[in-house]
Ligand binder design. Structure first.
Ligand SMILES: [Fe+2]
Length: 220
C-alpha cells in the first residue's frame, strides 16, 4: 500500500481501566491488621460500613484511617492514580498534536483518598451492580481468596467463569470493545477505574474468605 491515509485511532469516550500489582509486603501487613480487626467484635461494630454499601457481604468495615497511615500503600495509590491520569490525558493530547507533554508531567497532581473499606466475602455473598459516588476514581486491591477458589473457578469454565469475579459493565459495545469486562480476583492485583462505571461481584461457593480493599480517590 502506497498511502497510509494518516490513520490515527482515538478513543475519547472509552472508560479506561489500569491494572497494577501491589507491593507483596503491603498485602501481608494489611492482612495481619485486618485479621486483628475482624477478630474483635468491638472493632468490627465500630468500623461497620455496610449501611453505606450496596453489597450482600458478610463483613464490610471502614478502613480509611489505616490506608491513610500506611505510607507504602498511599505511595502506591498515588503512583497508580497519577500514572492513570497522565496516560489518559496524554493519549488525547497527542491526538490534538500536542508534542510537548512536559507541562502535564510537571503539574503536580494531588491525589486525595476519600474512603476505603474492606470487603470480607464468604460463600453466597455478592455485590449487585453499582457505582461509587463522591469521588473521581474507584479502585480495588485483592488481598485474599478462599483456598478452594482456583478449583472452583476452573470448574466454572463451561459457563462464563464469573464465580467470585469482579465485572465491569458498560452499555456500549463495538469492534474490539466489550460491554462486560470480567476480572478474576488474585491476591496482590489492583485495579483503578472511573468511579461512574458500573461493576458487580459474583458469588462463589468455596469455604473461606475472599478479601478485597476498595478505595475511592479524587484529584485535590
Ligand atoms: Fe464497588
Amino acid at each position: 500500500m502506497s498511502h497510509d491515509h494518516d490513520l490515527r485511532l482515538v478513543a475519547p469516550f472509552s472508560p479506561t481501566i489500569i491494572k497494577a500489582t501491589m507491593p507483596p509486603g503491603v498485602v501481608e501487613r494489611l492482612n495481619v491488621r485486618i485479621d486483628e480487626i475482624v477478630a474483635s467484635d468491638v472493632e468490627v461494630a465500630a468500623r461497620d460500613w455496610s449501611a453505606h454499601l450496596a453489597g450482600a457481604v458478610s463483613t464490610e468495615i471502614r478502613f480509611t484511617d489505616v490506608i491513610r497511615e500506611t505510607a507504602e500503600l498511599t505511595d502506591f495509590l498515588f503512583d497508580v492514580a497519577r500514572t492513570y491520569t497522565y496516560r489518559c490525558e496524554n493519549a488525547l493530547m497527542h491526538f490534538s498534536d500536542y508534542e510537548r507533554t512536559e507541562e502535564l508531567e510537571a503539574k503536580k497532581l494531588r491525589i486525595e483518598i476519600k474512603e476505603g473499606w474492606i470487603n470480607d466475602m464468604v460463600a453466597g455473598d455478592y455485590n449487585p451492580a453499582h457505582f461509587h459516588q463522591g469521588c473521581l476514581y474507584s479502585s480495588v486491591g485483592f488481598l485474599r481468596t478462599p483456598p478452594g477458589y482456583e478449583a472452583e473457578f476452573a470448574a466454572d469454565k463451561a459457563r462464563q467463569n464469573t464465580a467470585g469475579c469482579l465485572q465491569f459493565i458498560d452499555s456500549r459495545s463495538a469492534v474490539g470493545v466489550k460491554n462486560l469486562f470480567t476480572v478474576k480476583p488474585v491476591a496482590g492485583d489492583f485495579y483503578l477505574w472511573p468511579s461512574w462505571m458500573l461493576h458487580c461481584v459474583y458469588p462463589f461457593r468455596s469455604p473461606g474468605v475472599r478479601r478485597s480493599m476498595a478505595i475511592n480517590l479524587a484529584l485535590a
